[in-house]
Design a protein around this ligand. Structure first.
Ligand code: ATP
Ligand code: MG
Length: 165
């Protein structure tokens, strides 16, 4: 399947971004993969906190920057990667990246675009951009049929949950 641009969702505050992650959580199924890209401070970890909380993760979710991968237990196990500090693609093996993709949990990968050829066949990419007023724009790009269905469902939920301005 071709790469497909699905649409975008805006979030004006950190709380809205967490809520957006909370809307994605119930849609996730075993082995789903979400890749988050965007500048430092774009809101990748913030969105992941919302997903974790929606999955019923009770512990505090922090940035895996120094640990590369943090695992959280909820309705699904959440494997939260931050590949910013990884120097080479072959190190992905050392951090059990490929095993996590098929471990029956959900994977969220920050900075996955650093190793595009190592991403799985089918996933959902979320490209986050920062507007001047701090609003974040989450652009959804599907890399396969599962990514496509996830994007459709998430866009529909986010649209339904939008409060009129
Ligand atoms: N609309 C918004 N959505 C999310 N975060 C926002 C928003 N507006 C401001 N912020 C701030 O932006 C920062 C986002 O930080 P976060 O750690 O989620 O970024 P990140 O993309 O994970 O960065 P890094 O690449 O360093 O891991 C937080 O300090 C948050 O308070
Ligand atoms: Mg982060």
């Amino acid at each position: 399947m071709a790469i497909s641009l699905k649409g975008a969702i805006a979030s004006r505050t950190e709380a809205e971004t967490i809520a957006l992650g909370g809307m994605l959580a119930p849609l996730l199924e075993p082995d789903d993969v979400i890749a988050l890209s965007g500048d430092l401070g774009a809101g990748k970890t913030c969105l992941t906190k919302g997903v974790a909380s929606g999955l019923g993760v009770v512990e505090h979710v922090t940035s895996p920057t120094f640990n590369i991968m943090l695992e959280h237990h909820g309705r699904l196990t959440l494997y939260h990667f931050d590949l910013y500090r990884l120097e080479r693609a072959d190190q992905l093996e050392d951090i059990d990246f490929f095993a996590a993709l098929e471990a029956g949990g959900a994977c969220i990968i920050e900075w996955g675009e650093r190793f595009p050829e190592r991403m799985p066949e089918d996933y959902l990419a979320v490209e986050i951009s920062i507007a001047e007023d701090d609003t974040r724009h989450f652009t959804l790009v599907a890399y396969g049929p599962r990514g496509d269905r996830l994007a459709n469902a998430w866009l529909a939920t986010a649209e339904a949950g939008r409060v009129a301005p």
